[in-house]
Design a protein around this ligand. Structure first.
Ligand code: C6P
Length: 414
């Protein structure tokens, strides 16, 4: 074996694009350039077909019926859970809770882990670049318990100040909760270091993986975090389905957060007996077809290969950074040394919302605004940015069109 790691084979992007029916259309008379993957990515035929197959041949409620369809649906749902476990390299399916998405996963931890434990003066440590889904649930838990939110600062690149982070860890820290990748700036956080620092003080760590799972392979046993949250719709899967990974010993000790069917073993008027993991956290009929679609999305992504995806997306990131960086009056917001494939930017004299509308006329879809990360955007002294976020099906030509259209918009407003 060679001592040098083999470079992953290049992606056949044109062939892969054909798997995504949405991408073939024209918007406002122009070929669609879909550069809003950070908000939600598109679904391949394989996912659409898996959901259709489930709905047309297998649907019934899960864990409830003795009839054949219910057993088929249950098998498909639990097979999806096992697929997620393998994707994350979690130890057990008992650690895989299906939720509606990242937001619900984080709220589950806030309600079921933090609220019962937090005492006045306890601390939750986050960073300045978090998505609102990783800020507001903690603020709500703090308001209810008297705990305090501590925020590790970032620098002008959009990197977390790790010295400050270290000093903010205290004997009162109950939980560290940080993004794995920032949705507004693209920063990849040093999560191994964050986990090591927190664990050295006995503090559990939640990672918000919404923007990480589509971009690189994960091994949660190696990462050793305690909770990990992500959404299916950013991973080429359905919306309305997501995952909370939780370390089994922690989930075991947590009370359920919602009551209803499936999360109980028995109910009498003197009280319920809760179901085992992970069902204790899945009250009510779950999004069965969503879980099936998510498993198909994971199969698809694994088939393409996350190493190859990461390599191509890094090329796109480099190309977009150079092309956009050369546009007169354009400033890139978020210049971390380790970045996932998105570029946030502002253009002198052009409001991001106007820019988004102008680009839409060209068939180019980007996101504009504060990206549900207001503190991160305001840190840079701007009210909003334009954000192009790439998937493996994007091309250099689409980035050329983006840069040309942004330059034309700048010229229009001069
Ligand atoms: N960010 C974006 O355009 P949900 O909505 O639950 O699937 O994901 C919430 C969420 C949590 N954390 C991070 C880092 C995220 O990026 C998101 C979703 C989208 O950036 C929509 S606001």
């Amino acid at each position: 074996m060679s001592a040098v790691a083999a470079k992953p084979a290049a992606l056949d992007v044109a062939r892969l694009r054909a798997d995504f029916p949405v991408l073939a259309q024209r918007i406002n008379g122009k070929p669609l350039a879909y550069l809003d993957n950070g908000a939600s990515s598109q679904r391949p035929h394989a996912v659409i077909e898996a959901e259709r197959h489930y709905a047309s041949e297998m649907h019934a409620n899960v864990h409830r019926g003795v009839h054949t369809l219910s057993q088929r649906a249950t098998d498909a749902f639990e097979a999806a859970r096992e697929r997620v476990r393998r994707f994350l390299n979690a130890r057990s399916t008992r650690e895989i809770v299906f939720t509606r998405g990242t937001t619900e996963s984080i709220n589950l931890v806030a309600q079921s882990f933090v609220r019962p434990r937090a005492r006045p003066g306890d601390e939750i440590l986050i960073t300045h670049l978090e998505h609102h889904a990783n800020i507001v649930p903690w603020q709500m838990a703090c308001a209810a318990t008297g705990a305090m939110l501590k925020v590790a600062p970032i620098d002008r690149r959009g990197e977390v100040d790790m010295e400050a982070f270290r000093s903010l860890l205290s004997a009162r820290t109950l939980l560290v909760a940080t993004a794995h990748v920032s949705n507004a700036l693209g920063t990849v956080l040093p999560v191994r270091e964050i986990v090591a620092l927190a664990h050295a003080r006995g503090v559990p760590v939640l990672l918000d993986g919404a923007q990480a799972v589509p971009h690189f392979a994960l091994d949660l046993q190696a990462l050793d975090c305690d909770f990990y949250a992500f959404s299916g719709h950013k991973l080429y899967g359905p919306d309305g389905i997501g995952v909370l990974y939780g370390r089994e010993s922690l989930l075991e000790a947590m009370p359920p957060w919602q009551g209803g069917g499936d999360m109980i073993l028995a109910v009498s008027f003197s009280g319920p007996t809760y179901n085992q993991l992970p069902f204790k956290f899945e009250a009510g009929t779950p999004h069965i077809s969503g879980a099936v679609g998510l498993a198909a999305a994971i199969d698809y992504v694994d088939g393409v290969g996350l190493e190859r995806i990461a390599a191509w997306e890094q090329e796109l990131l480099g190309y977009a950074t150079a092309r956009l960086g050369a546009v007169d009056g354009l400033t890139i917001i978020g210049t971390a040394r380790d970045k996932a494939s998105l570029v946030s930017f502002v253009v002198e004299g052009v409001h991001p919302h106007d820019l988004g509308t102008i680009l839409d006329q060209e068939g180019i879809a980007i996101r504009t605004g504060h990206h549900c990360a207001m503190p991160a955007i305001e840190f840079f002294g701007v009210p909003a940015t334009a954000r192009a976020s790439f998937a493996f099906y994007n091309t250099r030509e689409e980035i050329d069109r983006l840069a040309t259209a942004v330059a034309a918009a700048r010229a229009m407003f001069r």
